[in-house]
Design a protein around this ligand. Structure first.
Ligand code: GLU
Length: 316
């Protein structure tokens, strides 16, 4: 089977060195494996993903020397497809509506913490991204369809308990990853595993947008026949959730490589929202493409390292 790679940026800010690494790595791996290379625009947030940002992003990717297949898939053109799959989960009773706001959740979690303190436990669990798990038992009234305080449609959340009662084998979700390995306890060779309960009742469709990142990325990787997912290690734990959704929708299992992240001078992970220096700004300061490639160690003398990754895949 011909390998298919993708770089899937969200055009809600400017690309930085970390994106350049991810994009070039996918492109070079595809080339070396005689594979295909796609770009996908993850623009579900249609207000923040403006035309100007998309144009700038594509200009940056051209400047990096990437060539990709046209047409580019934009997630904003796929809302009807996401809706259909969501309906499928609704019909099975695996998702439920919730009108709870962030503030409602915050208040409920504070209350749960107080109750727990009385019971001598002092913590309320967070998901792997650091957000508190959704306290459904305290927010049942927010599932009432007549209770729509903000006149917005509800968010739809995965009923994790129901999913795991129906499919107990999904308590252990596995995937193959030749990169990041945060904990030897969850790894056997290139195999990683996690209990998806760590994510709790995640949102699959937002109040302000008829999908969520997790739902859209899982469905699109499948529809685009992506065989190898190469992305930053900040998305490592999300993979457990994506694999869970792949099981629920009977989708194929891609291979993963979660790669290193790049930090700014303060040692923080480069971020679009913090406005760390963009590729465009580096270009405007007269840095050449070779400078960029050397900075992220994807210049000619370093490219042979990719053969090592390819060999790992061939053996797993
Ligand atoms: N759109 C995501 C981002 O820009 C990446 C999604 C992925 O590679 O799965 O962070």
């Amino acid at each position: 089977m011909q390998p298919v790679f993708r770089f899937a940026p969200s055009p809600n800010g400017a690309l930085h060195l970390g994106h350049a690494y991810s994009a070039l790595l996918n492109f070079e791996l595809a080339k070396r494996m005689n594979g295909r290379f796609l770009i996908r625009l993850e623009d579900i947030d249609v207000t923040r993903c403006t035309k100007e940002r998309i144009t700038q992003m594509l200009e940056d990717l051209h400047w990096l020397g990437l060539e990709w297949e046209e047409p580019i898939l934009s997630q904003s053109s796929r809302f009807a497809a996401y809706h259909k799959k969501l309906q499928n989960l609704k019909d099975k009773g695996l998702i439920y509506p919730s009108h709870a706001s962030r503030n409602d959740i915050k208040k409920a979690v504070l209350k749960a913490k107080e109750d727990k303190e009385k019971a001598a436990h002092h913590t309320w669990p967070n998901d792997p991204d650091g957000a508190p798990l959704y306290p459904r038992h305290l927010l049942h009234h927010k599932e009432d369809p007549t209770n729509q305080p903000d006149n917005m449609p509800p968010a739809w959340r995965l009923d994790m308990a129901k999913v795991l009662t129906k499919y107990p084998q999904l308590h252990t979700i596995t995937w193959s990853d030749i990169g990041y390995n945060p904990d030897p306890e969850i790894s056997i060779h290139n195999q990683r595993h996690m209990d998806p309960q760590q994510w709790g009742d995640v949102i699959l469709s937002r109040k302000d947008c008829p999908t969520s990142y997790h739902l859209a990325v899982t469905l699109d990787d499948a529809i685009q026949d992506i065989t190898h997912i190469v992305r930053g290690q900040d998305l490592f734990w999300a993979t457990g959730l994506h694999r869970l959704l792949q099981h629920l929708f009977a989708l194929p299992e891609p291979r993963y490589f979660h790669h290193q992240l790049f930090n700014n001078e303060k040692g923080e992970k480069l971020s679009k929202s913090r406005k760390d220096i963009s590729l465009k700004a580096l270009r405007d300061q007269n840095h050449s493409l070779d400078d960029i490639k050397a900075a992220i160690q994807l210049d000619a003398p370093n490219l042979h390292q990719l053969d090592h990754l390819i060999k790992k895949w061939s053996m797993s």
